[in-house]
Design a binder for this molecule. Structure first.
Ligand code: NAG
Ligand code: NAG
Ligand code: NAG
Ligand code: NAG
Ligand code: NAG
Ligand code: NAG
Ligand code: NAG
Ligand code: NAG
Length: 909
């Protein structure tokens, strides 16, 4: 359980904002998460038929591309070829980046997208189980099945027989007896492919083969949640263990995976007939439009169920949807905490045993007296290095109060003074177990901490010991059944609801590679996603494997899910749908309900594009007339930003009771075998638009026979176009952003001369408070003034609508070939040349848990984007960020920043 994350994030929200980042710690150069020179090229599938002017012969689109590249003397290697009704194209690596413009001009290319890297799956807490008597084992290993009605479907003999599930992950230890023990033929893991080889890290060469053996562990755990066979030593089972598994390995043992591989894996899983495709993979995106998001969404649209993890970046707050789960038609899955939490008992002299929150006993066998670091209640106990007069702590069980900084920081500070074991007492937060670092440690309850402190102050410090067996148990997790604190918040910047639904993902026991202990407990949306993949297989089994079932799947999942509250308090608001989607899936209702309601979600968009007039269709497949009662159940309205700030709220995003109003009939009667449409008019709440409030809720449809379904709605009570994109405050660095850095890495506002030797080149430091579809760096003459004074002229819409991205792609081609051939009002700004252009950027975050707080752009070699040298002279850099829902061609739809004057004085041969 990743709970250490939740704590740190919670606390950083309340820390007064001194500058959070230090400019001197910034790595030099341009920061970007792409593979240099690598691109995914999408080809028009019909190109090549009459290729090469007049020639009669017809070639494949790929051959067409390669012939034209050769004609243009481009040097490249092809890393992947895609041929499928989902996607036709190739992934290529250019030997020379200069050739991008040359490549872009080849006819038949629909789109060229940079290859982004996705970080490896990172569970928040992990515990490898040592044996059947491991005290960490929760007594009821089926708690997650009970939470979702899967146990009842199993009792009916439904196990996903005949359904093929493609698992795109780190591979599978198919030798594991609980995963069938073999590969191919009649094995549980019927087929597999390794796209990359064990040594792959995201940027180096791939060495594919047919063996999807897992050297990481993540994919084996994911597969167990779907399909672990019963009769193993722990008596666990997967949701759909009679399904066939195809294992697609896309990670090496460590490191990232690049988009070109994900596109290849999704395409292959699709071509090989996987009914369900599941990916517990992703990284911050915010847009529905990354290459892998789009291909995943196309697979869903083409009639497969595609489940993808919503992400583990809940600490960052709203609008942080992860790619590829942001793909429009995929099922994005959030994580719900398990209902039970494992505990251990410590022995305390003169007192009953006390509970501590841990999966396993603390690895400490001595009996020592307690020693509190602070003798009074302090908020930031042990957050800073301890004073010099601190005694040697090696002879004590050190007692620290929770709060203000992560557990690991506290443990490190006491370990520096010799401590070998520590207990952290609660300050009112949720009980959590955390992965101790450096020294063993765990959380205890507030009362227990108060008792120990009081006994110490009374002059009789108790001694404490940690039995290595027999002390295990479970308690009801106070956050059980609620959203996991790490689960990522949506929506996307283009106003799509993410996640779609949620499933148990916290504290999940499943299979692990034999070489790594065979079973482990992990937490994350990675664990929730295969659960829903398994549920999808049960759906196919029940309703038939066909496109109609697949296309209905998300609606069925959503309408039968159960929305959960924000907290256990009786007065709690419902949690925002922008973090839980429709709520906790209920597999039993999904398969057995006689009522079908469509669609599963109503997307209302922002106030500028508001669409509040909706209709839902209620179908009664039962044998009797049904009377349905309709009820509006609003969820808390999520405040994306604090009032008066442009920096998004961190976890937990505050909720208010500014609800939308809904007008609809209060009841509807539907005859057996009939459907009825119901009009629903939703009106957005009147609230402070500057906080970008996201209002959500549920239209509940309850039948007189006891079936209760819900349709989720989501809207944004502001104009997204008004949101500030470029952070223009001094809150993060202590000086205003964006900023130009001088040769020594300091922010400067004076004229700087750069000779491009060593680190003497310009660097622009910036943050995106919100995401932007288009972030552009252009070189302009020093005479250029802040744009905004340029007269508008009408925009002619010559956009070619063939590819999904053709508007941005056409714009990019024009820009790359020498500035402003893109037309529109921006054509009137004279630029000297383009420096860089980035599409579909996520926002930055101030969360300390996520390492993407800012970016830099550097003109390292003194060249334009096309790698032609910039002539010596005096310039400024113009940075433009397209506002959300802005028009690429309208100057007034961009935020802009002009750098101070910079003198380029390179010595060139
Ligand atoms: C990936 O591996 C290659 C060598 O195989 C190495 O040069 C490169 O630095 C590695 N990249 C990362 C991000 O670790
Ligand atoms: C327990 O601690 C001992 C020494 O303190 C160490 O050698 C051993 O590896 C630890 N065991 C585990 C399972 O961490
Ligand atoms: C919301 O409106 C914007 C601007 O028209 C559009 O691009 C986007 O796709 C819309 N979102 C949804 C969910 O319809
Ligand atoms: C429940 O919420 C109410 C209103 O916010 C608050 O006064 C009360 O203290 C809360 N109770 C608990 C047990 O947290
Ligand atoms: C850059 O900043 C550091 C720290 O503030 C300072 O010591 C150094 O002198 C500065 N360098 C220049 C060239 O101003
Ligand atoms: C590269 O871009 C610059 C600036 O737009 C332009 O002047 C130059 O002609 C381009 N070079 C090539 C080879 O296209
Ligand atoms: C700068 O030039 C060097 C040498 O040609 C090259 O290796 C490097 O990739 C270039 N860096 C950038 C950011 O273009
Ligand atoms: C440009 O560099 C040359 C040496 O390479 C130097 O003599 C000259 O002063 C520099 N010009 C400026 C404006 O810094």
């Amino acid at each position: 359980m990743k709970f250490s994350l939740a704590l740190a994030a919670y606390l950083s929200a309340s820390i007064a904002l001194a500058a959070k980042f230090d400019v001197h710690s910034i790595p030099r150069g341009t920061s970007k998460q792409v593979v240099p020179g690598a691109y995914v090229v999408e080809l028009d599938p019909s190109v090549g038929i009459s290729a090469l002017g007049g020639s009669k012969r017809s070639v494949s689109p790929h051959s067409h591309l390669y012939e034209h590249m050769m004609k243009r003397e481009i040097s490249w290697t092809t890393t992947q070829e895609y041929l499928s009704d989902l996607f036709t194209g190739a992934a290529i690596r250019l030997e020379n980046e200069n050739d991008l413009a040359n490549l872009a001009s080849i006819q038949g290319i629909i789109d060229i997208r940079p290859v982004y890297l996705h970080p490896p799956p990172k569970p928040f807490d992990q515990h490898v189980v040592t044996g059947p008597n491991d005290p960490a084992l929760p007594p009821d290993t089926f708690s997650t099945h009970i939470m979702t009605g899967v146990d009842k479907l199993h009792a009916e003999g439904r196990f996903g027989a005949g359904v093929k599930i493609g698992v795109i992950d780190t591979g599978i230890d198919y030798k594991h007896p609980a995963l069938g023990g073999c590969l191919g033929g009649n094995c549980l893991v019927k087929s597999g492919y390794d796209f990359v080889g064990d040594a792959y890290n995201g940027t180096n060469a791939v060495i594919p083969d047919d063996d999807p053996m897992d050297c990481n562990g993540h994919g084996t755990h994911v597969t167990g949640t779907i399909a672990a066979l019963p009769d193993n030593q722990y008596n666990i089972s997967g949701v759909a263990y009679k399904a066939n598994i195809a294992g697609y390995k896309v990670f090496g043992c460590e490191g990232s995976v690049a988009d070109d591989i994900l596109v290849a894996a999704i395409t292959r899983a699709y071509n090989e007939g996987c009914d369900v495709i599941t990916l517990s993979i992703g990284g911050p995106s915010g847009w529905t439009s990354g290459a892998s998001s789009v291909v995943a969404s196309r697979a869903a649209k083409a009639g497969r169920i595609v489940t993808i993890a919503a992400g583990n970046e809940g600490s960052s707050g709203m609008f942080y949807a992860s790619g590829p789960s942001a793909g429009i038609d995929v099922v994005s899955v959030g994580s719900i905490d398990n209902t039970v939490i494992p505990i251990q008992h410590a022995k305390v002299s003169g007192h009953d045993d006390i509970v501590y929150y841990s999966l396993a006993p603390l690895n400490f066998t001595e009996t020592l007296p307690v020693y509190p670091i602070s003798k009074t209640i302090v908020a930031d106990d042990a957050c800073k290095p301890l004073p010099a007069d601190t005694p040697d702590l090696s002879k004590y069980v050190v007692l620290i109060r929770r709060g203000s900084c992560p557990f690991v920081t506290k443990l490190a500070n006491v370990a520096d003074k010799g401590a070998r074991i520590a207990l952290v007492y609660n300050n009112g937060g949720s009980p959590v177990s955390f992965e101790p670092e450096r020294i063993p440690g765990a959380l205890i309850d507030t009362d227990a901490g108060a008792y120990l402190l009081q006994q110490y102050l009374a002059g009789s410090p108790p001694t404490i010991s940690f039995p290595q067996s027999g002390g295990a148990g479970t308690v009801n997790n106070p956050t059980g059944g609620l959203m996991s604190s790490y689960s990522t918040y949506g929506p996307t910047f283009d106003a799509y609801l993410k996640p779609s639904v949620s499933a148990p993902g916290g504290g999940i026991l499943s299979t692990y590679p034999l070489a790594k202990g065979a079973f482990a407990i992990l937490s994350g949306t990675s664990m929730a996603t295969p659960f829903v993949a398994g549920v999808a297989a049960l759906l196919f089994e029940a309703r038939g494997k066909n496109k109609d079932t697949a296309r209905a799947a998300r609606d069925l999942l959503q309408t039968t899910s159960i929305a959960v509250p924000q907290t256990r308090n009786e007065t709690s608001l419902l949690q925002t749908a922008s973090v839980q989607g429709a709520g906790l899936v209920n597999a039993y209702s999904m398969i057995h309900y006689q009522t079908v309601v469509t669609p599963g979600q109503l997307l209302l968009n922002d106030t500028a594009h508001f669409d509040g007039r909706k209709s839902i269709k209620i179908t009664n497949n039962g044998k009797k007339k049904a009377v349905y009662t309709l009820l509006h159940r609003p969820a808390g309205t999520a405040q994306s930003l604090p009032a008066g700030s442009i920096q998004p709220n961190l976890y937990p995003v505050p909720l208010t009771s500014d609800f939308a109003t809904v007008s609809m009939p209060t009841s509807v009667t539907v005859n057996p075998g009939q459907s009825k449409s119901v009009s629903i008019q939703i009106t957005a709440p009147r609230v402070d638009a500057s906080t970008i409030p996201v209002y959500t809720g549920y239209i509940q449809i309850a039948s007189d026979s006891g079936e209760t379904l819900s349709v989720t709605y989501m809207g944004i009570a502001s104009k997204l176009r008004d949101a500030t994109i470029l952070d223009n405050t001094d809150e993060m660095f202590g000086f205003k952003l964006p900023a130009l850095l001088d040769a020594s890495g300091n922010a400067t506002t004076s004229v700087q001369t750069y000779d491009f030797k060593g680190q003497n080149y310009p660097t622009i430091l910036f943050r995106l408070a919100m995401g932007t579809r288009s972030l552009v760096f252009d070189l302009v003459s020093e005479a250029t003034t802040v744009p905004g004074t340029i007269s508008k002229r009408s925009v002619e819409d010559g956009v070619e609508r063939r590819g999904l991205f053709s508007d941005i792609w056409n714009w990019f081609k024009g820009w790359l070939n020498g500035g402003n051939t893109s037309g529109g009002t921006y054509a009137q700004i004279k630029t000297v040349g383009g420096l860089a252009s980035y599409e579909y950027n996520p926002r930055h975050t101030q969360s300390e848990e996520v390492d993407v707080g800012y970016s830099t752009f550097a003109i390292v070699n003194g060249t334009f984007a096309n790698h032609t040298a910039i002539p010596n002279g005096r310039y400024k850099v113009l940075v433009r960020a397209l506002k959300i829902s802005g028009d690429l061609k309208k100057e007034e739809d961009y935020e802009a920043w002009l750098s101070p004057v910079m003198v380029f004085n390179a010595t060139r041969a």
